[in-house]
Design a protein around this ligand. Structure first.
Ligand SMILES: [Zn+2]
Length: 282
């Protein structure tokens, strides 16, 4: 699919040949070799993705990077974080990911997994996460977790949950976006779920800003798009509760929406080519 999508792009502009191709993937990636080390949602381990895509595309250099890191690169170079030397980007979608730029460098970590703030523990012995841990931030504010919490609340109190079930067609059909829509329509249970979610989100954001001391916190992903009201709540929590020097961090919404990883992957490919880096070359 990946190779076909590149070929479709090339067919649309036959006069242009790419100098390099960038791939963003929801995985732990070794950016020097373009090997996917571990992609739990794809079930991949040690897949030489850059080499294989490059072979399929006739030897074009291919750069592979983690999707949250790619999205951060996009926001840093061209989006909400443009011009900043210290920022943290937090992406709230089905899962919760992030990445940090510190002193003008996009951080990687010892095993290319830095910034996994969705898996900070916010509740001791709390809800089981999709990772090996319990009580992770993602297990409360990730899209899957908001849906799961809502479905549990509806089963516990069917009368209060009637509007959510009616909107989704069934208890199992309730998603985070169902909760947000019901909240806007004034549903009491949805309102409670939104208030709980914003408390967990505020706790997480305060911890991130205390830990990384960014000048700017960029919030993106489908949860923020569906509930932009979370942004001022996060900003107020940072002002009131962070260590005073860190509490001045600005909070902005990401510029690129769901295309951020694509923009970041393209920028990583462009930068690798201009550096003459061997990253991902076949
Ligand atoms: Zn986790």
């Amino acid at each position: 699919m990946l190779v076909r999508s590149v070929e479709t792009c090339l067919e649309g502009s036959p006069a242009l040949r790419p100098h390099a191709v960038g791939v963003a993937v929801a995985a732990q990636v070794d950016p020097r070799t373009g090997t996917v080390i571990h992609a739990p949602n794809l079930g991949w381990r040690d897949v030489p993705l850059a080499r294989r895509v490059s072979e399929e595309l006739g030897g074009v250099p291919v750069v592979v990077l983690n999707d949250a890191r790619a999205a951060t690169l996009a926001e840093w170079r061209f989006g909400a974080g443009r011009g900043s030397l210290d920022l943290f980007c937090m992406f709230l979608g089905t899962g919760v990911g992030g990445s940090a730029v510190v002193g003008g460098r996009l951080l990687e970590g010892g095993s290319h997994a830095l910034g996994e703030v969705g898996h900070m523990t916010v509740v001791v012995g709390g809800r089981k996460c999709h990772c090996p841990n319990w009580g992770c931030l993602e297990a409360y504010v990730g899209g899957w977790a908001i849906a799961e919490r809502a479905q549990e609340a509806v089963r516990a109190d069917p009368e209060a949950g009637a509007a959510l079930v009616a909107r989704a067609g069934s208890a199992r059909g309730i998603t985070a976006q169902t909760v947000f829509q019901a909240y806007r329509a004034g549903d009491v249970l949805a309102g409670r779920l939104v208030r709980e979610t914003e408390r967990f989100l505020a706790d997480g954001a305060v911890s991130i800003v205390n830990a990384f001391n960014p000048s700017l916190l960029v919030l993106g992903g489908g949860i923020v798009a569906g509930m932009p009201e979370f942004v001022p709540v996060v900003e107020a929590a940072i002002r009131a509760r962070c260590q005073p020097p860190a509490a001045m961090a600005r909070v902005l919404v990401a510029s690129f929406g769901e295309n951020a990883p694509l923009v970041g992957a393209a920028e990583a490919a462009r930068a690798s080519k201009s550096r003459g880096s061997p990253a991902g070359r076949a």
